[in-house]
Design a protein around this ligand. Structure first.
Ligand SMILES: Nc1ncnc2c1ncn2[C@@H]1O[C@H](COP(=O)(O)OP(=O)(O)OP(=O)(O)O)[C@@H](O)[C@H]1O
Length: 327
């Protein structure tokens, strides 16, 4: 077993200050704290080689869970083991076997080139020369980023840097990789390249991956299993396709018109935004094609986008349907 948690709980204590200057002075003498349980009674088991998606709306507790699993913060209560270790003790033996990449944080040195940082990682993890060379050329080829290897990291685009972050994290052949929003802010092409890369690494090297992402496409194309978390508790743990077939029931369609248009649709849709030049609405998946055809036939259209429904909506629907955590 790679990851095992039982009744894992994390509560934060946050200091609350009254408004204004007087509040600041008062708080010097009487500190008021509020407690926030970010992860509650969480049970999770991940086997070797699995690619698991962790999804949930903002503030659900995903990052807190990843931070506990990677030893960045300590648990409040419950059991937690990663590769047989309690991560917060940060034992070297564990550090050598896992890696973490957070989309919002960087582990590269901005003034150095990626090549220099990789060499530092080689020393840090005592990666044998041959293994280092083999891995580096394998990852370079997979991502096609040789051209950027020797330039300052500071000058790389977000997408190029994220590819280097992933390579840096994987050079020491970790058994488990924790990814917190690795595709955040990237364009569609870079997102796809990163997905293909991760798919290949998981298949070829058997790396176990736990991934959080707000992008449906990441979860759907990479994670056979997904875990849904809301307000710190687990709502669902199982097959990703089954979950999305059942709960991702709508698509978002946005249409821009060539000229001022007054739209009259034959069937009811949920309008998100409308003005004479555009219309954006939600529609049931199975009706999307019909409505699109209707719009195309009756109006002069400049542009159309069709998007998958937001993770937040899906989670809300699961929650309303089940009304309580269901494992
Ligand atoms: N250091 C902290 N002190 C107090 N509360 C915190 C702290 N870090 C997180 N929280 C709170 O814990 C809850 C869970 O936060 P967390 O960052 O784990 O959510 P998340 O699912 O990763 O959200 P997002 O998708 O927005 O990144 C939030 O309500 C947040 O405000």
């Amino acid at each position: 077993m790679i990851i095992q948690t039982a009744h894992l709980t994390k509560s934060y204590r946050r200091f609350e200050k009254e408004e204004g200057l007087l509040g600041s002075v008062k708080s010097l003498f009487h500190r008021r704290y509020i407690e926030k349980t970010a992860v509650s009674d969480f049970n999770l088991e991940v086997q070797q080689g699995e690619f698991v998606g962790l999804i949930g709306p903002n503030g659900a507790g995903k990052t807190t869970l990843i931070k506990m699993l990677t030893g960045i913060i300590a648990k409040t209560s419950g059991e937690l083991s990663v590769l047989g270790f309690y991560p917060n003790t940060l034992e070297n033996e564990l550090k050598r076997q896992y890696a973490v990449v957070m989309g919002q944080k960087s582990q590269l040195f901005f003034e150095l080139s990626a090549a220099d940082t990789f060499l530092l990682f080689k020393e840090l993890y005592s990666i044998p020369e041959q293994e280092y060379r083999r891995n580096l050329s394998y990852f370079m080829e997979l991502f096609g980023v040789e051209a950027y290897l020797n330039v300052q990291v500071r000058t790389l685009s977000l997408g190029e840097r994220m590819k280097m972050e992933l390579i840096a994290a994987l050079l020491h052949n970790p058994k488990v990789l924790f990814l917190d929003e690795p595709t955040i802010g990237l364009d569609a092409v870079a997102q796809k390249q990163i997905r293909n890369f991760l798919k290949e690494v998981n298949a070829e090297k058997g790396t176990t991956v736990l991934l959080t992402s707000h992008y449906m496409e990441d979860i759907l194309s990479l994670c056979r299993r997904c875990v849904v978390i809301n307000a710190g508790t687990k709502l669902y743990d199982g097959d990703t396709t089954t979950l999305f077939e059942k709960y991702q029931t709508h698509k978002k369609i946005s249409v821009a018109f060539e000229e001022e248009t007054e739209v009259a649709l034959k069937e009811e849709v949920d309008i998100i935004e409308q003005n004479p030049f555009m219309l954006s609405f939600m529609v049931r998946k199975e009706r999307a094609q019909f409505i699109l055809k209707e719009l195309m036939n009756h109006y002069s259209i400049r542009d159309v986008t069709v998007e998958e429904e937001d993770i937040g909506n899906v989670v809300e629907r699961i929650y309303n349907d089940r009304g309580r955590p269901c494992l």
